[in-house]
Each structure stands twice: as structure tokens, then as C-alpha cells.
Design a protein around this ligand. Sequence first.
Ligand code: NAG
Ligand code: NAG
Ligand code: NAG
Ligand code: NAG
Ligand code: NAG
Length: 504
Amino acid sequence: MFSFGTVFTFALLLIPPTEAVDSSYVAAVYEHNLILNPDPRVPLSRLEALQHLQKNLDIFEVQAARAAQQGAQIIVFPEDGLHGFNFSRTSISAYLETVPDPEQESWNPCLEPLRHNNTEVLQQLSCMARRNNLYLVANMADLQPCSVSAAPSSCPPDGRWQFNTNVVFRSDGLLVARYHKYNLYFEAAFDAPPEPEIVTFDTPFAGKFGLITCFDILFQEPTVILVEKGVRQIIFPAAWMNQLPLLDIIQFQRAFSLGANVTLLAANIRNDQLIMTGSGIYTPFSATYHHAQKGDPEEGRLLVARVPVLDPEWLGHNAASSEAAAVDESPGYCYSDTCLDSPASTAPVFVSSMMYDPFTFALLNATDGEMRVCNGTFCCYLQYRWVEETGRSELYALGAFDGTHTVNGRYAVQVCALVRCAGSDASSCGQEVDEAESKLDFMLEGKFASRHVYPSVLSSGMVLEQPERVEAAADGRVSLKHSSVMGGLVTACLYGRMYHLDTA
Ligand SMILES: *[C@@H]1O[C@H](CO)[C@@H](O)[C@H](O)[C@H]1NC(C)=O
Ligand SMILES: *[C@@H]1O[C@H](CO)[C@@H](O)[C@H](O)[C@H]1NC(C)=O
Ligand SMILES: *[C@@H]1O[C@H](CO)[C@@H](O)[C@H](O)[C@H]1NC(C)=O
Ligand SMILES: *[C@@H]1O[C@H](CO)[C@@H](O)[C@H](O)[C@H]1NC(C)=O
Ligand SMILES: *[C@@H]1O[C@H](CO)[C@@H](O)[C@H](O)[C@H]1NC(C)=O
């Protein structure tokens, strides 16, 4: 059934066919097995850097053409997909190009290659968009000179900014957007821009898209700012190292698209050594995604899907632009206050580390039941029932965590998670596991001190399930009900981000 590396599309578009003709578009994302510079810490000449970049550009060219043949109107390539990783501030020098600000200057690098020197990558990407007649999003390394003396200045001492940068080309090759990544993740070669940049671009086929990069997806700036401005289509190039049980990237891609009620065009790198895979085209109603499995050949993967336009302005709707959670505002699954306040509370708890955070856990100890686990005043409630034909040989636990994650990034969360424990001992709860046989019906609920709660259900073999029902109440309660599990349950999660408690 779950053949390795297959693309799963688990829901059809919930739009009337007549409307679909003119209010949908075809998007493509490419998961790229990039050709790395074997020695990224050694500075190269420009010629050597271009020879390396060309190997990845050649692959992009082939994939852009394949996407165009399948009708794609936009294609997204992953972060670091051309140059790679692990450069120092100096050793990346030969890879840098100065990307002009498209707000200041209208430039089609393919048609006017001589306007700016040292722009071979920009020229090729521009021609690639033009040749294939599609919008093209790629990630590259940008050098912006700045003045150290013009006080007050956050210009680095060497007089230049080096930015991790998304560039967007129109289908005729015009450079239409440039976004500098704000939330860097251990990237010695790059600077964060002094202020977060809120960057969008318009398309004739789907209206507005917003740009973020990789680690940005976990933070308020710029991601939630874009969503709160009414941007409903987000482009997400990433080079994301997966971490189960909660942050394999396909889990968070699915969860973010649902929780923020947006479309996410997500392109990740494929690199087995760095645990990078997981790309997709997600809408609140559908997901077309790819996640490689152990033993799969280490190769790229093009995904193409037709999806509905969500931009309200393009659709001619009233552009009221408050952030919408893709969840029903309702009293919640528990129509009284009984669930979270229920006496189903006194499960014996233990603390176990999940992704470096001390979760408070309790084991599911029966074939069905209800239970509550709290971390301080933050409580998670679970109703569950094992589906008959699957035995109870696997151990599951309900975990709650309220606090600040501090390892490899700092961010405040409230999380309710139902996890399969990796072994038969309670101390294995919270460890990585990606397979399970147990099918459970469940309702997971928490009362969050944030409106930003991202729901996901992951089943055996890295298969995402569309939560059957997610509801949010005005008092912060969010419930996730799922009673038609397709595969063994690996993780069900309500991931609450407490952006307001983040400290630098
Ligand atoms: C990057 O550097 C780290 C630590 O030096 C190393 O573990 C990792 O393998 C390197 N990755 C690449 C792609 O070179
Ligand atoms: C590009 O470089 C050449 C040779 O160094 C120089 O003559 C020319 O003025 C430069 N062009 C621009 C636009 O900077
Ligand atoms: C999500 O967006 C759709 C329109 O794209 C809207 O109809 C729906 O009400 C939104 N969901 C919520 C919970 O606001
Ligand atoms: C299971 O745990 C609940 C508390 O969550 C407790 O009330 C119940 O007695 C336990 N059942 C068994 C069979 O241990
Ligand atoms: C959550 O649990 C951890 C581990 O037991 C504990 O250190 C922390 O203080 C708890 N948080 C709250 C808010 O009580």
C-alpha cells in the first residue's frame, strides 16, 4: 500500500468544477538532491564557483521544463539548492551576486544581461523562467554593499551584507521579488537583515504570494505578519533537517497550512546524510507531498498539482484580512467544559525528553479511555479507543509541554502530543519512531494561550492524514478529532506557538 516514496494525494479539491476552471492554477515544487561543493570552507575563484553552480542550474533547467510540460505556472526550488551549505563568510564570496531591489529597478536579466556585472546566476534563472513561461522561485546568495561609517548602522564591519535570498522571476524573466531570510539557522556565511522584510509578489493566475525561508516558518516575523496581512499563499524554500516525533517537515508543512488556513508551496533539499527530505503542495483541503524513506535512491522529485486560488483580492472577494485559522470556531468537541476539567485526570505521569524538551507524559493503559496530562496549568486531554483488529502491543503516551524550546533555536510553545513510544519502556516515549501498526480513534484537546495552534496527524511510513475535524473555541481550546485512521498512528499533535513569549 504505502510504497516507498510515493506521492500521496489524500483529498480532492472541494471546489465546484465550473469555478475550478478559472480559480485554480498549477503549482510545482522540486525536491532537489543538490550537488555539493565537497570543501565548502575553502574559498573558490568565481569561475570555479560558477562551474559548481552550473551543475545544479542544469538540473533546475530540466525540472523547470518538465514542470512546464505538465502545465505548471509557478515552480519553487529549495533553499541553498544552488550553492549548498557550510560556507564561512569568506568562503562563500565567489558565489555571491548582487541582487538589485525589484522595488527600485525593473530588470529582466535574460533580456539585459549586461546591465549588471557578475550576475550569471540571475541571468540563467531569468532565462529559465522565460524559456519555460512560468514564475520561478529560487534561493541564492546575495551581496549588498553597505556603509560602515553611516551611523547608526548595523552594516557588518567588512562593509557588506550577505543574505540568504529568495528571488522570483516572472514568466517573461523579469525579476519581481527579492526576500532576505530573517530567521537564520546556524548560517555563518549570512547576515539577517536589520528588519524583517515582508515581501509579496502578484501573479495573473493566482494573485498574491508571500515569501519565507525554512526556519522562518516557526516565527512570527515575517511568517505570521504575512498571514495577518491577508496573504493566503506562501512560498517556502527550505533545507530542513527532519526531527521526529514532532518536526519532520511534512508534519509542520501540513500543520501550518491547516492552522493558518493558507496554501504552502514547500520545496526541501533531499540529502540523506543531513536528514533532509519532505516537500509538497498543501492547501487547507489537500496535500500532494513527497517524503523519501530509508533505502530510496537519493534523488530529486518534482511535484505538480492543480490547486485553488485562495487570494481573496484576486477572487474579487472583500479583502477583509484578519488571520483565519482553518478550524471551525465552535464550542469545541466537548460541548460543556467537561473534557479538560474532567476527573479523567489522575494518570500517573513521568517526564521524558521529546526533541530536547521535558514533556510530561502518561501512558495509555487501556483499550479505550480518557485521560488528562498537565504541565503546570497547561493541560491536554485525550479520549481514545483502539480499533479492534490491531492489538495493543505498541506503547502510546499523551504528552504535554508548556515552555521555551532552547536547543537549536529558541521559541515558546504549548504542545499536546499523542505519540507512539519507540520501545516497550516508558523511557522511550518521545524518541524518534516512524512506523506503527496500532490504529486508534481519538480526540485530542488542549487549552492554549495562543490563537496559533498547528494540528497534524502522522501515520506509519511518513504518511500524513487529514485531521477529520479540528475545532477552536474562543477561550483557546482546540480539539483534533480523528476516527478514520488509515495507517498505524505515529504522532497526533496540536503544536501551539506562543509567539508573544519569544525572547531574543
Ligand atoms: C557541515 O559541517 C558540519 C560540522 O562541521 C558537518 O557535520 C556536516 O557534515 C557538514 N555538512 C556538509 C554538507 O558539509
Ligand atoms: C563590468 O565590468 C567591466 C570590466 O571590468 C567594466 O568595464 C564595466 O564598466 C562593468 N559594467 C558595469 C555595469 O558595472
Ligand atoms: C479559511 O479560508 C476559507 C476561504 O479560503 C474560508 O471560507 C474559511 O472560512 C476559512 N476558515 C476559517 C476557519 O476561517
Ligand atoms: C489507567 O489510568 C487511569 C488514569 O488515567 C486510571 O484511572 C485507571 O485505573 C488505569 N487503568 C488501568 C487498567 O490501569
Ligand atoms: C513542565 O514540566 C517540566 C518538567 O517536569 C517542569 O520543569 C516545568 O516547570 C513545567 N512547567 C510548568 C509551567 O509548570
